[in-house]
Design a protein around this ligand. Structure first.
Ligand code: UPG
Ligand code: MN
Length: 744
């Protein structure tokens, strides 16, 4: 984060403070614990080496080697997580002082908001419209606010929805202002407010009828003639000819609202609203979301070129109309070195998460816990981030010149945004050949080369020397939708895992380039994510190996009476206790149950998306297969929603990922039963079960965690149960492992 110059104490009389940053007390505890834990890890490796040097049997030697591998990876991951724990801080903002410091709202910078959407069927246009309306209604000087919507789906349905939204906004914006609403996405407002009144009824009806028209058009897949109102709309929609397809079409730029002309029903200025669908050609690379954001960056530069940019995904709405004020508490603070502060990131927070958060949809560690510990400020997470436009144009010390002067962050556009000259220029920079042989995506703009363009872009900016600030107000600034179906959750994380590996193994890897550019701790923070999928190695080994050994009566951990036993207990409980403490201290609905489900999802991800992500990444690196950006579906199926609400796992898909989970669950159950029998037999006989205790405990842990899987395989009959085919394959894999090992 930006130097402690921003602390309250340094606020002068002429500048009341805009923010404060405090080191949390737990920093001391964390450091002491890190020291103790590091010693324990060293002791563990000493023990491993000792065992390896004197293995009792060949099986013991193989097991010892695999355990060493698992623990080496765990130790690496542990060391990277320390980068989040040594300097945890809490930030606070004082937006009430903002106007005083910058000299009234006149001192506010202009703000361009970018919203991305990519498919009208997976991302229903009404959702995108709600996102846009919620930010158009920001409590911000309207003449300084512009909203740009990028439609990578190239869909007339989305454009149509925005034409409707434009008309509705004329009523909605004054409605929000007059009533001083906090919820300014109509969907959220109407869902939560049950107040009556003719005014409210009227606008609600207007909203519902717009929604009906839009949904009807989406259902039909075409904008019927009867829905088209004016000539301008007809002209725009006429671009969708038969040759116009999603992968092959010219750029479409529609200025839906122009603040120099358009007024709401009370005669007030409206913010600019621009629809953009960049040019797509089949043979031209389009770089997914990063490409879309760069097109937005250029088109907005031509039209408004605001110094501050907010990026938003279409599945996220504003939940607080004063959010830009909070961001400005950093981006306009005279006590912060503004030439270094690149962006202010708000955490991704979600609505509609079920009570126990069974799929870890909150991603608390990723979005809320780890960011407070990053020394130079958090990474960029793709949405809810206010950028200084300048930060996307080279390091703080040396601006990278643009190909045309109109794109420079220093340029001030003049002229009307609907003027022909401007539209022609915008059309040009939204072309798919525009970036050819330029710095875009490499030194300028959002960076190409990874499916997690957000992480990669933030990383490259921080390597260049930009700092960032984490802003986490009590009331969520934005609320998004998390996937509510297990297979969607796993596919999303798989995409992230692939994207992260792309960065981990590129020539700018955090472990080499990152550490050199940003120092050890920041480098480790980024390395932690880059090699996120390495969790799969220890998790898979610990889910199968000790259990298979147990089935064969082979002891691979220390006996209860040995001191090494205590070391294992300390390492396990210590890590879990610290994880629990971090989780609970993060607040925002941190229940014990949610933590338990969170750790279970760690295990599930470890055996599924991280493994398959690594495989896909490897295939792609070898040139055998290619992967794209699999959009997460935002469509809610009623039955699925209901089941999710009840906290029931949804498995109803035939996926190899589920087969691995099923096999692990079966192996754990069988080994636990067999282990317990063996323990009883050996105790009553002459044998010794002491050496199997840790394995029995581990299998019990696996079984408790696997409960939803057993239910889905053997007890449920609904649509979300494990498909019989998956259960059969899982059982087959488990029995293969069983026989293979017992023969050995
Ligand atoms: O070719 C594309 C693909 C995606 N998107 C947009 O990208 C956003 C994120 O897509 P989504 O399917 O919602 O992915 P998530 O996994 O939910 O998104 C997380 O991960 C992404 C990187 O993989 C980041 O870009 C996101 O900000 C972050 O929230 C959406 O608004 C899409 O419309 C595009 O504009 N063009
Ligand atoms: Mn999303």
């Amino acid at each position: 984060m930006v130097a402690p110059r921003s602390s309250m104490a340094s606020a002068t009389a002429s500048h009341p403070p805009l923010n404060s940053r405090k080191l949390l007390r737990r920093a001391i505890l964390n450091r002491a614990f890190a020291l103790a834990y590091a010693c324990a890890i060293l002791a563990l490796f000493y023990h491993h080496v000792k065992t390896l040097l004197r293995p009792a049997t060949a099986a013991n030697a193989i097991a010892a080697l695999l355990l060493l591998l698992a623990d080496a990876v765990l130790a690496f991951m542990w060391s990277t997580t320390q980068s989040f724990r040594l300097y945890p801080t809490r930030n606070e903002e004082f937006p009430e002082n903002l106007e005083k410091v910058v000299g009234g709202t006149g001192g506010f910078p202009a703000l361009d908001v970018f919203i991305c959407t990519a498919d009208p069927y997976k991302e229903p246009p009404m959702g995108v419209v709600n996102t846009a309306l919620s930010v158009m209604a920001y409590e911000y000087p309207v003449e300084k606010l512009s909203v740009y919507v990028s439609d990578d789906g190239g869909s007339e349905l989305t454009l149509f929805a925005f034409m409707e939204a434009t008309r509705f906004a004329g009523h909605w914006l004054p409605f929000c202002r007059e009533r001083n609403l906090v919820e300014r996405s109509p969907e959220a407002y109407f869902a939560s407010s049950h107040r009556d009144g003719t005014e409210i009824d009227k606008i609600k009806m207007m909203y519902e009828s717009m929604k009906m028209r839009v949904e009807h058009v989406v259902e039909r897949g075409k904008v019927g003639d009867e829905y088209i109102i004016g000539d301008r709309e007809r002209r725009a929609l006429n671009m969708w000819t038969d040759e116009f397809t999603r992968q092959n079409h010219p750029a479409v730029i529609e200025v839906l609202l122009d603040n120099s002309r358009d007024r709401d029903i009370t005669g007030n200025v409206m913010p600019n609203l621009i629809y953009l669908s960049r040019e797509k050609r089949q043979n031209a690379p389009h770089y997914f979301k990063a490409g879309a954001l760069n097109a937005l960056l250029r088109v907005s530069a031509i039209m408004t070129n605001a110094p501050i940019i907010l990026t938003l995904d279409c599945d996220m709405c504003s939940n607080d109309p004063k959010t830009p004020h909070r961001a400005l508490c950093y981006l306009a603070d005279p006590l912060i070195d503004q030439s270094q502060l690149g962006y202010v990131q708000f955490p991704q927070r979600y609505q509609g998460i079920n009570k126990g958060d069974i799929y870890c949809g909150d991603f608390k560690r990723l979005f809320q816990i780890n960011p407070i510990g990053m020394k130079n400020g958090p990474s960029y997470v793709g949405t809810g981030c206010f950028f200084r436009r300048r930060s996307l144009f080279g390091p703080p010390s040396a601006i990278v010149q643009s190909e045309i002067p109109e794109l420079s962050p220093e340029h001030s556009p003049n002229g009307l945004i609907r003027s022909e000259r401007m539209l022609a220029l915008a059309q040009n920079v939204a072309g798919c050949k525009y970036e050819h042989n330029t710095n875009w995506g490499h030194k300028v703009g959002f960076r190409y080369g990874s499916l997690v363009e957000d992480y990669y872009t933030g990383y490259k900016l921080q390597c260049e020397g930009w700092r960032s600030a984490f802003c986490h107000p009590e009331r969520a600034a934005f609320l998004g939708d998390a996937p509510i179906c297990l297979i969607d959750v796993l596919n999303q994380t798989k995409r992230w895992a692939i994207g992260l590996l792309e960065v981990g193994f590129c020539k700018f890897s955090p472990v080499t380039y990152g550490i050199q550019s940003m120092g050890l701790l920041m480098g480790l923070s980024y390395a932690h994510y880059a090699f996120w999928s390495m969790w799969s190695i220890p998790i898979t080994i610990y889910a199968f190996l000790p259990q298979i050994a147990l089935i064969n009566g082979l002891s691979i951990f220390p006996k209860v009476s040995e001191p090494w036993f205590l070391l294992y207990i300390f390492l396990f409980l210590g890590a879990y206790a610290q994880d629990l403490a971090d989780f609970v201290l993060a607040g925002h609905n941190s229940t014990l149950r949610r933590w338990w489900n969170d750790q279970r999802m760690y295990l599930i991800r470890g055996m599924t998306c991280y493994v398959f992500g690594t495989i896909e990444y490897t295939l792609k690196s070898l040139g055998i297969a290619a992967h794209g950006f699999n959009l997460t579906s935002k469509v809610l199926d009623d039955e699925q929603s209901k089941k999710y609400e009840q906290g029931v796992f949804e498995f109803g898909a035939v996926s190899p990922m589920f087969m691995v989970l099923g096999a692990a669950a079966i192996i754990n159950l069988v080994s636990l039963v067999q282990g317990l029998i063996m323990a009883v037999v050996r105790r009553s006989g002459s044998g010794d079960a002491e050496g199997l205790v840790l394995q029995i405990l581990l299998a019990s842990f696996g079984v408790v965690n696997g409960w939803p899987i057993y239910e889905a395989m053997f007890l449920r009959s609904d649509k979300g149960r494990m498909p019989t085919k998956v259960t059969l394959v899982s059982a087959f894999v488990a029995s293969l492992l069983y026989t293979a090992v017992s023969l050995a």
